[in-house]
Write a protein that binds this ligand. Structure first.
Ligand code: SF4
Length: 307
């Protein structure tokens, strides 16, 4: 491993370990040295401690270091996509963020930051230079490098990673990587080392410091969800906060294997919910009908209904 894990001339920032020089070439994520931000907007549909009353200013990075075949953000996450409206200038990005923070919003979330960590750090620096000190939320797919995360210890206040798969076959089939579980388990362990299992809340009930692990239940995979929950309780902490999500739906225009061409049903979701209760894990459980509220359209000014 190189000395400086944030060195863009030999990129090993994420577990893809492309080793490319991002000043004159592109790795798997197809992002160079400038940021590429697809959308910045006020979002109110997150967990109550994340959104609070006022919502969170979410910065959605373009492209992703995983390419999940069912991605609900596929309009912006696919690495071959481009859009002339996307922002690639730090000043513009900071200006868009501070406009939202000026409305009294205290939370700043970075969505899919794993391949743009250097760019994220520059954006945060720019925001702080303007005199703003929001709570920084790192909302990743869990496919993160431990070495990179160590460098974020004093920058990120709240980790909000996914923990998607238990089985190598599933992660290979749906996200193209067989090592997802091993990588994400190590990454989440590092996040837990930094933040522990308790959440520190602000007076208004929003989170100031902590770790919340998200898990999306996939159709036909409740057994795998149960394994993930058991792994968290038995190997990390039974006191950890988990956000169990039922919002999976088969996005239009994506070619999916037959088993992913349906929503999850209540029966398979309830099995997972029951195990979460039995294990004593804390957190949030989405209502089974949530898939109707989380169908983003990034071509719209307001990508999520209800914001
Ligand atoms: S951040 Fe991009 S270029 Fe760097 S290792 Fe990951 S996928 Fe490859």
């Amino acid at each position: 491993m190189q000395d400086n894990v944030l060195d863009l001339t030999n990129c090993n920032i994420c577990p893809r370990h492309c080793g490319v020089n991002r000043y004159n070439g592109l790795g798997f994520c197809r992002i160079g040295v400038e940021p590429l931000v697809a959308s910045i907007f006020l979002h109110k549909g997150e967990e109550p401690v994340i959104s609070g009353e006022k919502g969170i200013c979410n910065v959605f990075f373009a492209h992703c270091n995983l390419q999940c075949i069912y991605c609900q953000n596929h309009q912006i996450s696919k690495n071959h996509t481009a859009n002339h409206k996307w922002l690639n200038n730090i000043e513009n990005i900071v200006e868009n963020i501070t406009k939202i923070l000026d409305t009294g919003v205290s939370m700043l979330g970075f969505v899919s930051p794993s391949h743009q960590v250097v760019q994220m750090l520059k954006i945060i620096e720019g925001v702080k230079e303007k005199g703003y000190h929001p709570t920084i939320v790192y909302n990743s797919n869990g496919y993160d490098n431990v070495e990179t995360l160590r460098l974020l210890e004093n920058v990120v206040d709240v980790y909000l990673p996914d923990f998607k798969y238990f089985c190598a076959g599933t992660s290979k089939r749906y996200s193209g990587v067989a090592d997802y579980f091993d990588v994400a388990a190590k990454a989440i362990r590092e996040m837990y080392r930094q933040k522990g299992s308790s959440l520190i809340l602000n007076e208004d009930g929003t989170i100031a410091f902590g770790l919340i692990v998200r898990h999306l239940v996939l159709p036909g995979h409740s057994y795998e969800s149960i394994k993930i929950l058991k792994y968290i309780a038995e190997n990390l902490s039974p006191r950890l906060h988990v956000s169990l999500m039922s919002q999976y739906y088969p996005p239009e225009n994506l070619r999916l294997p037959r088993e992913l061409e349906r929503d999850i049903n209540e029966n398979e979701y309830v099995q997972v919910v029951n195990v979460m209760h039995d294990l004593g894990l804390r957190g949030w459980i989405q209502e089974p009908e949530s898939q109707f509220h989380y169908r983003p359209d990034f071509n719209s000014q307001i990508p999520f209904l209800g914001d």
